[in-house]
Ligand binder design. Structure first.
Ligand SMILES: Cc1cc2nc3c(=O)[nH]c(=O)nc-3n(C[C@H](O)[C@H](O)[C@H](O)COP(=O)(O)OP(=O)(O)OC[C@H]3O[C@@H](n4cnc5c(N)ncnc54)[C@H](O)[C@@H]3O)c2cc1C
Length: 480
């Protein structure tokens, strides 16, 4: 005989199946497993099931059904997030389901003249980039997880990536949204307008909300002209300070054509070259720091502008060495070095990771002082610093020292992060530049965004989601 709770769970799952069909419901443990585990293996969750609605109406019906049964909903896209935000934690938050956007994967409209793309939330980022390019347009969001992360996840994390300095992050790219509110009502503000001053800009509430206020089902995003010319270079510099100076010179020298400016330490390059097959150092001589720079222009001539700029920098001593990609495939090889840093770090052992931002003018000081903190707290740790220097966003990571046990190393995460985040804040920065808060940085949000800021966030959460069913235990502690 089934006990009461088993009976209630079984009734709940039957109701869920009635709303999404058997094709949209997963209860099998093996199939669920990858959806309950975070990319880095830091979080492992539990859920009653995963529902994958195939339409907005089905998604709304699932949310209503969960609301009526006080079952928590954990929205999930490609599950590439780095703060445990997409992982269900059924206890102590109560029963939860994973609500997957993966079957909402249709491009609804591409309006070339309006420079907009409207798509369902489960479209994979690379699919959107390709659709835009086929229509001679650019969808500029680009990041290493673009082959699996989804539009809804990108919006919910206000994703940044490599082109923010030219095109902005998701907050700048989204014009309209369709969202299922926590009571199941559909909010449709899918408008492709650049100007629309009609009261509160409601879509902004859901961008970067990490699924805590609703489930995004579709969005209208900005497109841009497809560049006619592009040039990529791998540059060697003496220090982060030299990289910052070169950045200012590039902004003055090539202006709007500058689309990416990434800082990479020698330590990071070494990990990639050793760990990832087919990756090699593009320069003959080793340097302590590198910059990966890219220019793109709607007119021809990006390569000659970049070459002229770099020649001037070489002769004035702003640059040690460098190579300009001679073909698309060479440019891709250079980008592979950058995009594989996270993977190479994973292969090299456990990592303690930070995603901070500081004003660009304070980046060098942050790296110097942060490195001292890392070596003081974890002697022998490998500091792997890299990131989107053009946005002041540094991924400041430590890798497990040789001979230190994984668990002992990971136990240092909290004390190291406390000091690194405090340093970023002291320098006028943020403890989370682009990855969000999720489950990982709840204490930091309470510490550094306290007072009126956090109180208002809580009031918004309570107003939209009074029963706390949307992504429980993320952003705020479950008891809040
Ligand atoms: C190798 C690697 C490189 C990365 N590089 C970058 C980078 O350069 N810049 C950057 O910003 N991020 C980066 N990330 C982090 C990650 O890829 C982004 O945060 C991405 O936007 C997450 O998308 P996703 O579909 O995987 O979301 P998920 O991981 O599935 O979810 C992320 C959050 O969004 C919520 N969510 C997902 N879908 C929805 C929805 N439809 N409605 C409401 N809430 C939803 C989830 O509940 C969760 O809180 C990287 C990750 C990896 C693994």
């Amino acid at each position: 005989m089934m006990d009461d709770s088993a009976l209630r769970a079984s009734e709940f799952l039957d109701g869920l199946a009635a709303r999404v069909g058997t094709a949209g419901l997963t209860t099998d443990a093996d199939t669920l497993e990858p959806h309950l585990t975070e990319w880095r293996g830091l979080y492992r969750g539990a859920a009653l099931a995963m529902a994958a609605p195939a339409s907005t109406a089905e998604a709304a019906a699932v949310v209503r059904w969960c609301a009526s049964h006080a079952v928590g909903i954990v929205p999930q896209g490609g599950n590439t997030g780095l703060v445990g935000g997409a992982i269900a934690h059924s206890s102590p938050q109560g029963p939860q389901i994973v609500l997957s956007a993966s079957r909402l994967n249709r491009i609804i409209d591409l309006d070339r003249d309006n420079y907009t793309l409207t798509a369902q939330a489960g479209c994979v980022l690379a699919q959107l980039q390709a659709a835009a390019a086929q229509s001679d347009r650019l969808f500029p969001l680009s990041l290493a997880a673009e082959g699996s992360c989804q539009l809804g996840g990108n919006i919910s994390t206000n994703a940044g990536g490599i082109n923010v300095l030219r095109y902005g992050n998701m907050r700048d790219l989204v014009l309209g949204l369709e969202v299922i509110l926590p009571d199941g009502e559909v909010l449709n503000v899918l408008r492709g307008l650049r100007k629309d001053n009609t009261g509160y800009d409601l879509k902004q509430l859901f961008i970067g909300a990490e699924g805590s206020l609703g489930f995004i089902t579709a969005a209208t995003c900005k497109l841009f002209p497809l560049p006619r010319s592009r040039a990529t270079a791998w540059l060697a510099v003496d220090s982060p300070a030299a990289a910052v100076q070169l950045y200012a010179a590039a902004q003055d020298g090539v202006g709007q054509a500058l689309v990416a400016y990434e800082l990479i330490s020698r330590v990071a390059l070494d990990l990639v070259v050793k760990g990832i097959s087919g990756c090699r150092d593009p320069l003959a001589e080793a340097a302590p720091w590198y910059v990966l720079v890219e220019l793109a222009d709607s007119a021809p001539g990006a390569e000659s502008r970049l070459t002229e700029f770099l020649a001037a920098q070489l002769s004035s001593g702003g640059l040690r060495d460098g190579v300009v990609a001679a073909s698309d495939s060479q440019a891709q090889s250079l980008w592979r070095l950058r995009h594989n840093i996270s993977e190479a770090q994973k292969l090299a052992g456990a990592g303690i990771k930070h995603d901070v931002s500081v004003p660009i003018s304070r980046v060098a000081e942050f790296i110097e002082r942060g490195t001292r903190v890392a070596h003081e707290l974890v002697p022998g740790s490998l500091v792997v610093a890299f990131g989107h220097l053009g946005d002041g966003n540094i991924h400041f990571n430590l890798n497990q020292p040789p001979g230190m046990e994984r668990e002992a190393f990971l136990a240092c995460w909290a004390p190291v992060s406390e000091r690194i985040h405090a340093l970023a804040i002291e320098l006028g920065g943020s403890f989370s530049a682009e990855h969000g808060v999720g489950a990982l940085k709840i204490a930091d949000l309470a510490r550094y965004r306290g007072g009126a800021e956090l109180a208002l966030m809580r009031r918004i959460k309570r107003a939209l989601d009074p029963h706390g069913i949307m992504n429980p235990g993320k952003l705020f502690a479950a008891s809040d």
